[in-house]
Write a protein that binds this ligand. Structure first.
Ligand SMILES: [Zn+2]
Length: 854
């Protein structure tokens, strides 16, 4: 059977260079353009096919290099395939130049060439034009061969109103004022690159002074002239560029690097070569006034995008099935780079929390392999999820640990050098790593990349306490196993043998494996530092040895998270009693570790939703037992010289106590402190979000109003977001209704609405009314939000605990045609399966929680 490949472009014409001139009109929200494309034509076609959509084509002609003939084709636009078809009445040969005049609209859909609005200092509204092309929206801005392996040079000219700044991928070469007063800005030729990485940004931007890194000017640009907000991004950008050029041992491939803050943005950021675009809140922050967690997030996003300049931009996937490798690798590098920037942030431990999200999805029957065949580019849309980013990043980290960090790094450098300016398949990376390491990388990695799911390693100890037996099964949240699935698992055991701590590495590729120690062990940790992407189920005797030795003293930070996560997953699957989790929750002694508190808070929340009133009373007491000693020690105010992570911990412990612990006095204190802060400042930055959320959760209509006002009046995007998210914490369905209406009003940016909608639906007190609102208002929501973010509004149904409610969700989803619910079938199936898992867990635990917590 022949596969339908009508969406693919014929390869008998290949572009080598584009000269693009665009003149956007920000007031009229449209643009006109001209493109000259140098082509190499092979064979003797009469037809050229390239991509274009939602463009008016005014004129097309082709000049053949040899003859100088000027040919005018018949033009046809195929809307469905998004193709521009040019039919000539003679055969075409050799090099030629294709010239096209076209016009288009600056749309509001946050893709292609689009407009975004912002408030000027005087309160008036301003407009900018910007681009987002990945995966296939360059064709909305100019006719082009819009597939990643048609790499070419781009020479861009932007004609803009006087006084505006303009950015593209390379340095500005000249800027000339024309007779009509507009300014023609010419940018230098780019390296050869894919169309999805081209960028144009035009608006009244302020630009920082450059920081020069090995001859490359690095700048930050945004629509605010408050340069205090640029300082942190510039520092991180400088570090990232220097660190990554050193890591890859390859100079930065473009002539300059701009980081641009865009007010309306669908994704987090986009790795356009030399002109990276970001959501404002992921680039701008005053380091003295922003919470640690936001600074960390900004640092990782900048590092991620900078890593793409090599991995993605210099070396690019052949087709969209390779997008996972792009993103998995950038995720791996973002943590590596930020860890080097600020070791005290313990970024790999933070990544453990992100990784647990991937383990959560990948433990479902409805998971998917990380890489799968992609026909139409849209099929790759399902790749932009935790399995690509977090599982992909985690299995690369597992491989790095197995091969050794330097061998891995040299393998990556070898891959990038070999394929510079080219396109690759995933196997090219494995080949490069095999060449450098001599290890069977392809065989190992195919078990993690080409099949979905991951193993649970069941560990047991022989009578004489010398031999550990490891057995692998697929881990599944429905409590069953997949006995036929196998992984090649790099396992590192850490054991205390006669008081000496030793590490042993083995590759478990068979259903079971054994390792014998020289003498009886005191305890054994399987999955040292939790670098492996799998869960561990300890036999009762091994668990007792660990508990006896003291989890808090035996385990490192990542292992502690793994033990909490694995135990919680087993409780969710119904394979161990809840008491095992509560035992672990106490024994790990979360202390000053913010990630341990995140894990505990999520489990406590899930138990609250599952439990009945008596359960919730017991939970509140349990939460206080865990959190009170830590809060009593940390208190409201930072102590001079404390680590950045303590500030994060303080916020999380405060929420656990006020929220799950139902500490009413503390909640009242939080409300008072927020009110005082909103008039006079004074709250440490890390506590603002927590106090806002606690206020809305406990302070009724008055607190809701206060936080709403704070949202509306906050000048900065990240301040706004903090307050916006907090509004979703109201337990009052009518206030929640107000919040939802706000979410789809012009007062919330369309790219931010899901935070609030998702928050109301994840809130146990408002999820029923929230779901009613969502289903009643779905057409409005679908019209207002960027399509890629709609799934975030549906996702919280995975927290629903009531079987009747779950049935309503399921039948609503079933009744929606795909056009109304643009979520990939795999993603939908995962959401519904998670909901079933939650309902089943709640059914088992309801009424039993109080007893299990002791
Ligand atoms: Zn990325």
């Amino acid at each position: 059977l022949a596969q339908d490949q009508s969406y693919r472009l014929p390869t008998h014409a290949r572009p080598s260079r584009y000269e693009i001139t665009l003149q956007p009109d920000l007031n009229a929200a449209d643009f006109s353009g001209h493109v000259d494309v140098d082509l190499e034509i092979t064979g003797s076609p009469r037809r050229l096919v390239l991509n274009a959509v939602e463009l008016e084509i005014d004129a097309v002609h082709l000049s053949a290099a040899g003859t100088g003939e000027d040919l005018v084709p018949q033009i046809r636009l195929d809307e469905a395939e998004q193709q521009l078809i040019l039919d000539f009445d003679q055969e075409l040969r050799g090099p030629a130049r294709l010239s096209i005049d076209f016009r288009g609209v600056l749309n509001d859909k946050l893709r292609g060439f689009y407009r975004s609005t912002f408030r000027r200092q005087d309160g008036s509204e301003g407009t900018i034009a910007t681009t987002q092309f990945e995966a296939t929206d360059a064709r909305r801005a100019f006719p082009c061969w819009d597939e990643p392996d048609f790499k070419a040079v781009f020479a861009v000219t932007l004609i803009v109103e006087e006084g505006l700044a303009a950015f593209s991928n390379s340095q500005l070469e000249s800027s000339v004022t024309r007779d009509d007063g507009t300014v023609e800005m010419r940018f230098a030729d780019t390296m050869v690159m894919s169309t999805y990485l081209v960028a144009f940004v035009v608006g009244p931007f302020y630009v920082s002074e450059p920081v020069v890194v090995d001859g490359i000017p690095v700048r930050v640009a945004a629509l605010t002239g408050n340069f205090d907000l640029y300082r942190f991004a510039l520092q991180v950008a400088e570090h990232s560029l220097r660190f990554l050029a050193g890591y890859f041992e390859i100079p930065y491939p473009a002539g300059k690097l701009d980081h641009l803050a865009i007010p309306d943005f669908a994704a987090g950021a986009m790795e356009n070569l030399g002109a990276v675009t970001y959501r404002e809140n992921l680039l701008l922050a005053d380091p003295d006034a922003a919470p640690q967690i936001e600074l960390q997030r900004i640092a990782t996003v900048i590092a991620h995008e900078t890593a793409h300049m090599w991995f993605g931009d210099l070396v690019t996937m052949k087709w969209w099935n390779g997008i996972w490798l792009n993103e998995a690798f950038a995720t791996f590098m973002e943590v590596t780079t930020t860890d080097a920037y600020q070791p005290s942030w313990e970024m790999w431990k933070g990544f453990s929390t992100a990784k647990s999200g991937a383990l959560g999805i990948d433990g479902l029957r409805a998971t998917r392999p990380v890489e799968y065949p992609v026909g139409r580019p849209e099929e790759a849309e399902g790749m932009f999820d935790v399995l690509t980013y977090q599982k992909g990043g985690a299995v690369l980290k597992m491989l790095e640990q197995y091969l050794g960090a330097d061998v891995f790094r040299r393998g990556i450098s070898h891959y990038l050098t070999t394929h510079a300016y080219g396109n690759t398949e995933t196997s090219d990376l494995w080949d490069a790593l095999e060449a450098i390491s001599g290890e069977p990388v392809r065989t190992i990695m195919s078990t993690w990349i080409d099949q979905g799911g991951y193993p649970v390693v069941r560990a047991s100890l022989s009578e004489d306490a010398r031999t550990v037996t490891l057995e692998q099964d697929r881990f599944l949240y429905d409590g069953t196993t997949g006995h036929d699935d196998r992984w090649a698992i790099p396992v590192t055991l850490r054991a205390s043998v006669g008081g000496q701590v030793v590490s042993e590495r083995l590759l478990v590729a068979e259903p079971s494996a054994r390792h014998s120690f020289e003498a009886p062990v005191d305890w054994v940790v399987v999955n040292e530092s939790a670098w492996g992407f799998y869960r561990v189920a300890y036999s009762p005797s091994m668990w007792s040895l660990l508990l006896g030795a003291g989890l808090a003293s035996v385990l490192d930070g990542q292992e502690r998270l793994a033990v909490l996560g694995d135990t919680w997953a087993a409780v969710t699957a119904g394979t161990v009693p809840l008491s095992q989790w509560s035992e672990a929750a106490v024994a790990v002694e979360a202390g000053d570790d913010p990630e341990a508190w995140t894990s505990l808070a999520l489990s406590l929340k899930a138990l609250e939703r599952a439990g009945d009133d008596a359960d919730r009373d017991a939970l509140a007491a349990f939460a206080r037992r865990l959190a009170e000693p830590v809060w009593d020690r940390l208190g409201w105010l930072p102590t001079p010289g404390e680590s950045d992570l303590v500030a994060v911990t303080r916020a999380r412990v405060l929420r656990v106590l006020a929220d799950s612990g139902r500490d009413e006095a503390l909640a009242a204190d939080a409300r008072d402190r927020l009110s005082a802060h909103l008039s006079n400042g004074g709250l440490p930055p890390d506590l603002i979000g927590a106090c806002a959320a606690i206020s809305v959760a406990t302070g009724g209509a008055e607190a809701f109003e206060t936080v709403l006002k704070a949202y509306l009046s906050a000048p900065l995007q990240q301040d706004k977001l903090r307050f916006l998210i907090a509004l979703g914490d109201t337990p009052d369905p009518s206030l929640a209704g107000q919040a939802l209406d706000l979410a789809v009003s012009p007062q919330v940016r369309s790219g931010d609405a899901w935070y609030l909608i998702g928050g109301v639906l994840a809130n146990h007190s408002t999820q029923v009314s929230g779901w009613e609102w969502l289903t009643a208002n779905w057409p409005r929501v679908a019209e207002r939000l960027p399509q890629s973010l709609l799934v975030r509004c549906i996702e919280p149904v995975a927290t629903f605990t009531d079987a009747g409610q779950a049935a309503l969700v399921r039948s609503w989803v079933r009744a929606r045609p795909e056009a109304e619910l643009p979520v990939t079938p795999v993603r939908l199936a995962q959401i519904l399966e998670r909901m079933d898992v939650t309902v089943a867990m709640a059914g088992r635990l309801r009424g039993q929680i109080a007893a299990a917590l002791g």
